[in-house]
Design a protein around this ligand. Structure first.
Ligand SMILES: [Zn+2]
Length: 116
């Protein structure tokens, strides 16, 4: 399905927020990050592709829960930062990851799947 006409939130707004978050986390060296809407991730609201620095967000799911878009974006983006800073052995939802979400003022919840 082509979602380009009606994404739950414009890609440019997502990119701006992601850049702001990286700034808060002293991680602007990781910019740019690609943020793309997908249809049918089959469960997860978002997926972080760590090596590719790409975040996929489920358009259908988040269209029904638009207030959670920012939460999912920050959740996935924090995974990219932890991967870059600590490496593949980092605990996925460990204290460093939670600290980033606290800085961002975002709830640390788990409702997605990861590729790594
Ligand atoms: Zn996660």
């Amino acid at each position: 399905m082509d979602l380009s006409a009606t994404p739950p939130k414009p890609a440019a707004a997502l990119a701006a927020r992601a850049r702001d978050l990286l700034g808060m986390w002293y991680a602007l060296d990781l910019w740019p990050v690609a943020i793309v809407w997908r249809d049918g991730l089959e469960g997860p609201a978002g997926i972080a592709w760590l090596e590719e620095r790409t975040i996929e967000l489920d358009a259908h799911l988040l269209a029904r829960h638009p207030r959670r878009i920012d939460e999912v974006l920050a959740h996935e983006l924090a995974h990219l930062v932890i991967h870059a800073r600590i490496g593949p052995d980092a605990e996925q939802h460990g204290p460093e990851w939670r600290a980033l979400l606290e800085i961002a003022g975002v709830r640390a919840t788990r409702f997605h799947a990861m590729d790594a």
